[in-house]
Ligand binder design. Structure first.
Ligand code: GLU
Length: 427
């Protein structure tokens, strides 16, 4: 019997547990789809959860052991797919939730992957480059039997990047005795990476935001945006959206927040951060309290950092018309109810940030074909997929009279359940 029993109801006590949040959305979508109990059990249980303890010799000679996970939630529609994060607060519940979100995300954009996620409990800021490389390679070696172009294809996530992907690709290839570029995505361009991959998540957020603007009779020029998180997703979204004419009035990062009602000069902010190491003290805007900046009046709020920034404690204070979830799981289920009452148009994470994994799919295809596309083609195909997926989710929401998040889950569950039914259960 599965050890994953029905989850407890969501309360203010447990709303920040990402696995419970994922389960709550899953349950609602499954109930509305009238999925039978057996299929629900299959879809809610991660197919495989791997825990590894990773010994690393630190630069000062000490031996340290780090714990890492790789969860493969589903391989029903193709190889597991999803990033690896390095962070001190990684938990198995979090990785599990993120893996299931990858299954639903890949199904929403209809690419032939299942879902997976990895995480290592560590603080990469406290590790030297050499230590980080040893940790990455040994983690890759520990999970090597479970990953591969046909099995499970990792990618970057919080605190990992193309350098980390290159190390994983090399470690895997050394064991395979030949170069296997398609084992990871988000690699450097010169090692089989795809053009446009680095920008893809932020670009996808912009593409779906542009679709949503039509519904509010807004144009980029009349649209005020606040971005929370200035890393790969938020930083790229800021750059691309500013170039498109959006007025970015607020940027919030872990070390400060900047506000300028006339619009922040994003290239100048990037230069300031490069020079000083922080967005604080930027002369092209006012410094602001980070928490308060989330509640600035704006048209689009784009959370692009980590989970649980919008909760039952603060959702009522949001003053945006559109919430575009660049991060995974930024909104708790209790906050969803408040957003619905406030009639905020939510572009849910499994749709909004799917641009990254979509271009990862393009990278995997290009690696396997050994034939590489130009950036125009990558972006054009990305746009087709983001637009079609946005329309499909909004249509589903209308047809079934549910919010966009539940619509996205229903669409995804339906596709994954269909694949499982067609394949049947191997015994
Ligand atoms: N980590 C990204 C995500 O959460 C990308 C995953 C991928 O490209 O496989 O969607």
């Amino acid at each position: 019997m599965s050890t994953l029993t029905a989850p407890p109801p969501i309360s203010t006590e447990n709303e920040k547990n990402p696995w419970l949040a994922a389960e709550a959305r899953f349950d609602e979508a499954a109930m509305r789809l009238r999925l039978d109990d057996g299929l629900r059990k299959v879809l809610r249980s991660p197919a495989r959860e791997i825990t590894v303890n990773i010994p690393v010799q630190l630069d000062d000679g000490r031996l340290e052991v780090f714990t890492g996970y790789r969860v493969q939630h589903s391989i029903a529609r193709g190889p597991a797919k999803g990033g690896i994060r390095f962070a001190p607060d990684v938990t198995l519940d979090e990785v599990r939730a993120l893996a299931s979100w990858m299954t639903w995300k890949c199904a929403v954009v209809n690419i032939p992957f299942g879902g997976g996620k990895g995480g290592v409990i560590c603080d990469p800021n406290l590790l030297s480059d050499a230590e980080l490389e040893k940790l990455t390679r040994r983690y890759a070696a520990e999970i090597i039997d479970f990953i591969g172009p046909e099995r499970d294809v990792p990618a970057p996530d919080v605190n990992t990047n193309e350098k980390v992907m290159a190390w994983i690709m090399d470690t895997y290839s050394m064991h395979a005795r030949h170069t296997v570029t398609a084992v990871v995505t988000g690699k450097p361009l010169s090692l089989g990476g795809s053009r446009g991959r680095l920008e893809a998540t932020g670009r996808g957020c912009m593409m779906v935001t542009l679709k949503a603007l039509d519904r509010f009779h807004l144009t980029p020029e009349t649209c005020r945006v606040v971005i929370q998180g200035y890393g790969n997703v938020g930083g790229m979204a800021a750059r691309l959206m500013a170039a498109k004419g959006f007025r970015i009035i607020g940027v919030i990062e872990f070390d400060g927040a900047v506000y300028n009602p006339r619009g922040i000069d994003i290239p100048a902010l990037a230069a300031h951060r490069k020079e000083t190491g922080s967005i604080a003290g930027f002369s092209g805007g006012e410094d602001m309290d980070r928490e308060e900046a989330m509640f600035l009046e704006c048209d689009v709020l784009l959370p692009a950092a980590t989970e649980n920034v919008i909760t039952s404690a603060n959702a009522a204070r949001l003053r945006c018309q559109i919430l575009c979830e660049g991060a995974n799981g930024p909104t708790t289920p209790l906050a969803d109810e408040i957003l619905a009452e406030k009639r905020i148009f939510v572009i849910p994470d499994i749709l909004a940030n799917a641009g990254g994994v979509t271009v990862s799919y393009f990278e995997w295809v290009q690696d396997r074909q050994g034939f590489f596309w130009n950036e125009r083609l990558v972006n054009q195909r990305l746009e087709e997929i983001m637009h079609e997926s946005f329309d499909a989710v909004v249509q589903y929401a209308q047809t079934h009279n549910v919010n966009n998040r539940i619509a996205a889950y229903m669409l995804a569950l339906d596709r994954v359940a269909f694949a499982i039914k067609l394949r049947g259960i191997y015994a």
